[in-house]
Design a protein around this ligand. Structure first.
Ligand SMILES: [Zn+2]
Ligand SMILES: [Zn+2]
Length: 443
């Protein structure tokens, strides 16, 4: 009986798979294939292909352009073989939607209508619908979020977006995970520090959905470490190994101060057994490429320049802040430091400065006198205000909150004594777009 049931389930599953493939016939990729298309060019390249697509790639690629389109894939599965003269990729009439917006576009017409829109898209629908065609296209949505406003012809701003994955410090707080910041650009993603829970936050960016989280994990393949305090690195094995399970196809690359290479080599040794039994396939994605780096430019590729600068975080000999330059804009992360002219110098002309902060209430100092040292070893709100006042970024953000008995409002109140510009206390999952204007997108 069990056997019969199993067979009928299998038949049902096969029929289901088949009908969904037939339905999506045409140039467009099926949802399944779309999930493989990590570079979002509308084709599944050999490096992206999985399962049947991978093992039959050559046979399926009718036009030998190194990528499979929807017609080639469905032709193979339905037995109609190669589509006659695979025409060049059909360009959608509208600028393409992001993955998030695509998920809302239930009628698949390439636009998000009001009845499909959710959250910010719903509440700002009117403002976002520049051409008043009752549907939001990719350019209208990104124009709104990047602050570029309504798209003027093809002058869409490049993607330059910061997500605070963790705004905490050593205390294992549920609302403030360990320090970690994700920066996404059109030229790839960059993670700065991997504190406790960074991987959980990345999964949240994809709505805790294993497919929607894939692009985020694929982008979280380059990690830069400010220094080797445990709260900044204890999330690394999770990001490396879970990231590999949930979307990263490429080696895990790490840049950090001297000691980084040794840390990563030892992690590889520590997890050797897991890799042996679970991660045999896709050897590339298991690989770690770690480099010890020194102050100066540590990365320069496809228009993204990343510079490490020395900060004052003794007794570390090497502790870095980072400056990320892309598309004519700059973001600076202070890393862990005392008040330091070094941050002001490195942040000259930066659009966004994300600075650590420490604040301990008098009551806490009385209860636990040792806590008073936090304000000396880190930077008080008043002194972060001084850094912002010297740099004058479009937005100043507080992160790495070493706070006891001091609320976010109090941090701002104290910083106001020295700075009158725009600033905000970061929260986990706060996203900030860095465009013509710098703005907090949500949360
Ligand atoms: Zn720290
Ligand atoms: Zn530290």
């Amino acid at each position: 009986m069990k056997r019969t049931a199993l067979i009928s389930i299998l038949i049902a599953a096969t029929t289901l798979a088949h009908s969904s493939i037939t339905m999506s016939q045409g140039k467009e990729l099926s949802n399944r294939a779309k999930a493989m298309d990590t570079n979002k060019d509308g084709l599944v390249q050999e490096g992206e292909a999985q399962g049947m697509l991978k093992s039959n790639f050559k046979d399926m690629d009718c036009d030998k352009n190194g990528g499979l389109d929807g017609a080639e894939i469905s032709g193979f599965f339905t037995g109609t073989e190669c589509p006659k003269a695979a025409a060049p990729k059909k360009k959608s009439k509208f600028p393409p939607l992001s993955d998030r917006a695509k998920a809302m576009d239930t009628n698949k017409d390439g636009l998000v209508q009001k009845n499909e829109a959710k959250a910010i898209l719903f509440s700002n629908f009117k403002a976002m619908d520049c051409d008043k065609n009752k549907g939001l296209d990719g350019a209208e949505i990104s124009g709104f979020f990047t602050g570029a406003g309504c798209p003027k012809s093809a002058t869409e701003e490049p993607l330059f977006r910061v997500t605070l994955l963790g705004t905490g410090a050593p205390p294992p707080r549920v609302k403030r995970f360990g320090p970690s910041t994700l920066i996404e650009t059109d030229a790839g993603g960059f993670v700065f520090d991997a504190g406790r829970g960074a991987t959980i936050r990345i999964f949240q960016l994809g709505g805790e959905h294993p497919l929607r989280a894939r692009p985020y994990f694929a982008r979280a393949d380059k990690l830069f470490l400010t220094h080797l305090h445990s709260d900044h690195v204890e999330g690394i094995p999770d990001l490396w190994l879970s990231g590999r399970m949930f979307g990263r196809l490429t080696p895990f690359q790490v840049w950090g101060p001297p000691g980084t290479k040794s840390l990563m080599t030892n992690l590889e040794a520590a997890y050797a057994e897991d890799i042996r039994v679970r991660h045999k396939a896709k050897k590339e994605a298991n690989k770690i490429i770690a480099r010890d780096v020194y102050p100066g430019e540590v990365y320069n590729k496809n228009g993204v320049s990343i510079r490490a600068f020395m900060v004052d975080h003794q007794p570390f000999k090497y502790a870095f802040g980072f400056r990320i330059d892309y598309a004519g804009r700059a973001v600076v992360l202070s890393g862990d430091t005392k008040y330091c002219q070094c941050v002001i110098d490195a942040a000259k002309g930066a659009d966004l400065v994300i600075h650590e902060v420490a604040a301990v209430s008098e009551q806490f100092k009385k209860q636990i006198p040792f806590f008073a040292t936090f304000e000396d070893n880190h930077v008080t709100p008043e002194r972060v205000g001084k850094v912002f006042a010297a740099v004058k970024p479009k937005l100043g953000v507080f992160t790495h909150l070493v706070t006891y008995g001091v609320s976010p409002d109090k941090i701002i109140e104290r910083a106001r004594k020295t700075y009158s510009g725009k600033m905000v206390v970061g929260k986990d999952l706060m996203r900030i777009s860095v465009g013509k204007v710098v703005r907090v997108l949500d949360k």
